[in-house]
Design a protein around this ligand. Structure first.
Ligand code: CAA
Length: 379
């Protein structure tokens, strides 16, 4: 495994960290409070090439690695988890399946607009009755002449309200079970497509999570992604990559909470000395620091394997599971270290704790990650 970075990559990462501090951190509390999608930040991220990091320059990407992309999501999430997931859902769940399964025409049509940030991407798999059991898709796609007609609803779709392109999964042949699911590239202006109710959430409140509604939605045949009946595998492979993105987001949240806690425990004095001088603080922080470093190694390994085109399904599941649980533990303890102040919005740790929770749920719950890991172990 090679974790070293080229001088160019080092500079890129320094630039991302400076950008996160200067442009993302100051807005984090405001977009959370107002449940506002950070469109102005997306525009700025697009200008500096953050909306298509791991894709070749011929498609408008930055030509970077998945490791660098993962570090970018980590750095953004360290200061604002909403901004981290906007980039992760766009890149891993929309650009990546088009890049990995699209025809040359589809890649040339969609990737330059997505990678430049002119368009934002989203992914529509989850339905009211198909959450963890993603195979229970009820959205249908019926072939009619030169197009398909889609009917159904998707829920909990990250970026939904501001996206221009959606990867949508629908049943083309119910009798075939999971082999009857097909993927489509759907544009927001296709007839019969609309964005529905916006969810009011506990955390990542700026990320515009909505329902998608398809009522006799007309999708041209050239927008079929991959093969008819190949949609479930595309969904699973896409989620393997997405889980690296969410693991990176969780790692960033944990690191952000650690940074805040180190600062606070050095400053806050009780019983005549700083909290950092108490062995209880030192031992707890040492354990958490070790877990954050384990998280980082798991994410780096999974992204390195993706870069090397090695199988990484289980690595991504382990990274997501461990990073998400570490983020939850770190942020909960960060609030505890901050005491009463930690429970107020004066300090960012309460937001971080609310943001951390979703990393144990979306793109496969922690239980799904345990299923993926154990089924490989016991096969
Ligand atoms: N890569 C390639 N193929 C895969 C695969 C993978 N990672 N995982 C499964 N498959 C294939 C299997 O090989 C099998 O194909 P064959 O029959 O040809 O062998 C087929 O898919 C079915 O596999 P399973 O029998 O294992 O499928 P299952 O129905 O038992 O489901 C599951 C397994 C792990 C529970 C899966 O359904 C799953 O991951 N569920 C969670 C879904 C999820 O993460 N949803 C989040 C949606 S996105 C989101 O959160 C919103 C957002 O906007 C961010």
């Amino acid at each position: 495994m090679n974790f070293s970075q080229t001088p160019q990559e080092k500079l890129f990462l320094e630039m991302i960290r400076a950008f996160a501090e200067k442009e993302v951190k100051p807005l984090a509390a405001e977009i959370d409070e107002q449940e506002r999608f950070p469109l102005e930040t997306v525009k700025k991220m697009a200008e500096i090439g953050l909306m298509g990091i791991p894709f070749p320059t011929q498609y408008g990407g930055a030509g970077g690695t998945n490791q660098i992309y993962s570090m970018c999501v980590e750095e953004l999430s360290r200061v604002c988890a909403t901004t981290g997931v906007v980039v992760s859902a766009h890149t891993s769940l929309c650009c990546a399946p088009i890049f990995e399964h699209g025809t040359e025409e589809q890649k040339m049509k969609y990737l330059p607009k997505l990678c430049s940030g002119e368009w934002i991407g989203a992914f529509g798999l989850t339905e009211p009755n198909a959450g963890t059991d993603a195979s229970a898709q009820q959205t249908t796609a019926v072939e009619e002449g030169d197009h398909y007609v889609l009917n159904g609803n998707k829920i909990f779709i990250t970026n939904a309200e501001y996206a221009h392109v959606y990867i949508i999964f629908a049943m083309t042949d119910k009798s075939q079970g999971v082999k009857g699911i097909t993927a489509f590239i759907v544009e927001k202006d296709f007839p019969g497509f609309s964005v529905g109710k916006k969810e009011l959430k506990m955390g990542i409140r700026g990320s515009a999570t909505c329902e998608l509604i398809m009522e006799n939605c007309i999708v041209p045949k050239e927008n079929l992604l991959g093969k008819v009946g190949g949609g479930f595998k595309i969904a699973m492979k896409t989620l393997d990559g997405g889980r690296i993105g969410i693991a990176s987001q969780a790692l960033g949240i944990a690191q952000g909470a650690m940074d805040e806690t180190v600062k606070y425990t050095k400053e806050r004095k009780q019983f005549g000395r700083s909290l950092a001088k108490f062995q209880n603080t030192q031992f707890q922080l040492a354990d958490l620091e070790a877990k954050i470093n384990c998280s980082r190694l798991l994410v780096r390994k999974a992204s390195w394997k993706k870069d090397e085109k090695l199988p990484y399904t289980v690595d991504a599941a382990m990274a997501k599971l461990f990073c998400a649980e570490t983020a939850m533990e770190m942020t909960t303890k960060a609030v505890q270290f901050h005491g009463g102040y930690g429970y107020t919005r004066e300090y960012p740790v309460e937001r971080m704790m609310r943001d951390a929770k979703i990393t144990e749920i979306y793109e496969g719950t922690s239980e799904v990650q345990r299923l993926v890991i154990s089924s490989n172990l016991l096969k």
